[in-house]
Design a protein around this ligand. Structure first.
Ligand code: HEM
Length: 458
């Protein structure tokens, strides 16, 4: 596989999906007023005093006074400056438009409508930097909210979420930091995931495939262990303190009924999707490489996940395309079966198990952090969340089922033990799906079910 890079990200076995070095903490001096606005923005500022978003209309007033940096932005070429500029304008555009929705939520418990016009002084510079990076002008996961937004507190230490802070923030509270910095933490193992898939796409001798699958399973296992820390990194009851600010325009008609007009840029309103972990690369990479992607159902969630490919840096999109092509040329399960590579098959089953545990645990996040907190049935990416996510769990179960048939030929395969675990997963999923089919379902029931099947996430 070729290495794809834009000078900020480089998808390779050394950097994985993380930026090639720590993102800039703040903008260069030329953008002093923009940086000052970012620092003054959070509901709770770094010195613990209330920031502009704590007071109704205060942020909008300050944002309207910002100089228009469009021409300066156009002269930039350093990828790290461009990424920090994109991050800053993304935060300002979301804070400006969504501040009324946030204040309405505080007063009534329901999201109010956002501003429908992004003023010219913000819109023109934002679109200029988005064009330079060749991405949509809206808060994303890569450059803006998550991967391109971390700062190590102690520079000599690692990527544990406890050692990470956010360069730009909305709420400024610890639950926001824990929530999004844990995504960065999980990605500390992404170099090994990329190394493993590079190994799978190499024209393969048997041992190469086997060791790559072993590495992939072990890496996903470590990632799952970090993922589970979400329950302590960010308290679910506090998800709504910052959630509204990561909402997108597309699919969120109650908040943005008429899209968003970028004043001085386009005549017609635009609608882009919101920031979401569904823009992360771990699970899509695992799905493409392991073949789970062949079992995705044909439904709106799958369409949405494919649409989200466009909401990633170009180098990541190219990596996905190259990986898809390589795996199609040399499909994994067929390759393993042709070689009677039972070790490889067992590692692949372990990969499926980890993808399953990721998705089933993640489904429990959605129940607790979203369903139990709000009656609003739309996710930040704009999907109707109640019933969609489990469909992707079904895809994993189907892939497992097919692989088990190939493994049946292995003399040491313990089919009875595997089948028992598999049946438990199927039963649990069916019961969960029956539950969410009821209009007024109780998310707590999902937890009780997971507990009774020994598959609780915490
Ligand atoms: C409290 C924690 C989390 C919540 C509440 C949450 C919520 C959601 C929601 C609502 C979706 C549906 C799609 C959308 O509209 O965006 C989604 C999808 C997704 N999220 Fe998360 N998420 C959380 C943590 C994470 C983490 C830590 C990761 C990985 C680093 C992640 C990765 C994904 C992926 C890959 C999808 C696509 C669906 C799939 O492939 O199964 N999420 N998430």
């Amino acid at each position: 596989m070729k290495i794809y890079t834009d000078g900020f990200f480089s998808v390779d076995p050394k950097h994985g999906f993380l930026p090639i070095k720590e993102p800039l903490a703040s903008l260069p001096e030329a953008y002093a007023a923009l940086q000052a606005l970012i620092d003054a923005m959070p509901i709770r500022k770094a010195d613990n005093s209330p920031g502009l978003l704590a007071e109704e209309r205060a942020f909008e007033k300050a944002a309207l006074a910002l100089p228009n940096y469009r021409e300066v932005v156009k002269g930039e070429s350093d990828p790290f400056v461009l990424a920090a500029l994109f991050r800053s304008y993304s935060f300002i555009a979301s804070a400006y438009t969504l501040a009324p929705a946030h204040h309405h939520y505080i007063k009534t418990g329901k999201y109010g409508q956002a501003h429908a016009v992004l003023p010219k002084n913000i819109a023109q510079a934002f679109v200029a930097v988005a064009e330079k990076l060749d991405v949509f002008p809206w808060l994303d996961y890569h450059y803006a909210y998550s991967l391109g937004n971390y700062q190590k507190r102690n520079k000599d230490e690692g990527f544990a979420w406890t050692n990470l802070s956010m360069a730009a923030k909305f709420s400024g509270m610890d639950d926001e930091r824990g929530f999004i910095m844990l995504h960065v933490d999980i990605n500390q193992y992404s170099p090994d995931l990329v190394k493993a898939v590079f190994g799978l796409t190499a024209e393969g001798v048997d041992e190469h495939t086997t060791s790559s699958l072993q590495l992939m399973a072990a890496t996903l296992h470590k990632m799952n262990a970090r993922r589970k820390l979400m329950w302590e990194a960010s308290r679910w009851k506090h998800y709504n303190d910052f959630r509204v600010f990561i909402m997108g325009v597309k699919g969120n008609l109650d908040i943005f009924p008429n899209g968003l007009l970028y004043e001085g840029v386009w005549e017609e309103p635009r609608a882009y999707r919101g920031q979401t972990g569904a823009q992360d690369n771990i699970i899509p990479t695992a799905d493409i490489a392991s073949g789970v992607i062949h079992y995705y159902p044909e439904n709106q969630l799958t369409t949405y996940l494919m649409d989200l490919r466009q909401y990633r840096p170009k180098c990541v999109q190219q990596f996905f395309q190259a990986l898809t092509k390589a795996m199609e040329k040399n499909p994994l399960v067929e390759r393993l079966a042709a070689e009677n590579n039972f070790d490889g098959m067992e590692h692949l089953m372990q990969v499926y198990e980890e993808i399953y545990l990721f998705r089933n645990g993640h489904w429990q996040f959605v129940q607790k952090y979203i369903m139990q907190n709000t009656a609003y049935p739309r996710a930040t990416g704009g999907t109707p969340i109640t019933s969609w996510i489990p469909n992707q769990i079904k895809a994993v179960l189907k892939a497992m089922h097919v692989l088990a048939a190939a493994l049946a030929k292995s003399p040491r395969w313990d089919k009875t033990a595997w089948q028992e675990g598999f049946d438990r997963k199927v039963k649990l999923l069916n019961k969960q799906l029956a539950l969410v089919a009821i209009d007024a379902f109780d998310p707590e029931e999902i937890f009780k079910l997971n507990l009774s099947h020994g598959l609780q996430d915490y």
